[in-house]
Design a protein around this ligand. Structure first.
Ligand code: 5GP
Length: 234
């Protein structure tokens, strides 16, 4: 697979065309950002931890019947993916109250959310990713009602699969964010699922094993990513 011109540069990944129709290359960079890009750093090897964990999750999900954009890895931080038309939604599933749901609503941090709560934000940094509802999503024509139903069903299935997998490593999947795209009428899980897009707590100690370590200066970010990647993959 040959890398061609740059198609899109996000805050932590760059997307390139390839010589093959319908296939793109995603390079996970070592940049880390938080608070809509308000806090930024470059951390050696961060891209490879996230790419490897994402690839591991995508393969596991595919094996269990979830359609993802993952095709293969070219090197430890470079993924070949199916080209999708992305839907500008951030689909968040929450199993435990933390982060913005605690800031914005009267939930106590650490409260179990059963059944899990789905929150959908509009992917638009300039508007600070405001929360949507079904009517706004359809009024803005971000996706059809049928697609939205499918997205929510897949999100809950992914949550069940990953929460179960992580529990085996004594890790609580507190919450995580997914992005979806379409190819024709088919919806695929896209983007990444990594320590940058999940909130993971050690079941025994309650310690954060994710980007909250960076957001809130809780410790050595790369040492945490290294340890959690090993726990998940090995
Ligand atoms: P919160 O709404 O509490 O800030 O985030 C909920 C979950 O979704 C967290 O696991 C967080 O990492 C993830 N998340 C929310 N927005 C974004 C985003 O814009 N980028 C990434 N990478 N993750 C996000």
């Amino acid at each position: 697979m040959k890398q061609r011109d740059l198609l899109y540069e996000g805050k932590a990944k760059s997307v390139y065309r390839t010589e093959k129709k319908g296939r793109l290359i995603v390079r996970f960079r070592h940049d880390i950002t938080a608070f809509d890009g308000g806090k930024k750093d470059v951390l050696q090897d961060k891209g490879s931890y996230n790419a490897r964990v994402s690839a591991f999750f995508f393969k596991y999900l595919e094996k269990h019947g979830v359609k993802t954009h993952f095709v293969s890895m070219l090197d430890d931080r470079t993924m070949v993916v199916r080209e999708l038309t992305m839907i500008p939604l951030e689909v968040i599933v929450r199993n435990v109250a933390a982060g913005s749901i605690v800031r914005n609503y009267p939930f106590k941090e650490g409260t179990k959310l059963d059944p899990p709560v789905i929150v959908i934000d509009y992917k638009d940094d300039s508007r600070h990713d405001p929360m949507l509802n079904d009517d706004i999503i359809t009024a803005l024509k971000l996706c059809t009602q049928g697609e939205l139903k499918k997205v929510k069903a897949v999100a809950l299935k992914v949550n069940d699969l990953l929460a179960g997998l992580l529990a085996e490593q004594d890790i609580t999947l507190v919450d995580f964010k997914m992005e979806f795209g379409r190819q024709g009428k088919t919806i695929y899980l896209g983007d990444e699922i990594s320590m940058d897009s999940m909130r993971l707590w050690d079941k025994k100690t309650g310690e954060s094993l994710d980007k909250d370590v960076y957001r809130f200066d809780k410790g050595d970010v790369m040492a945490t990513y290294n340890r959690v990647a090993k726990r998940i993959i090995e």
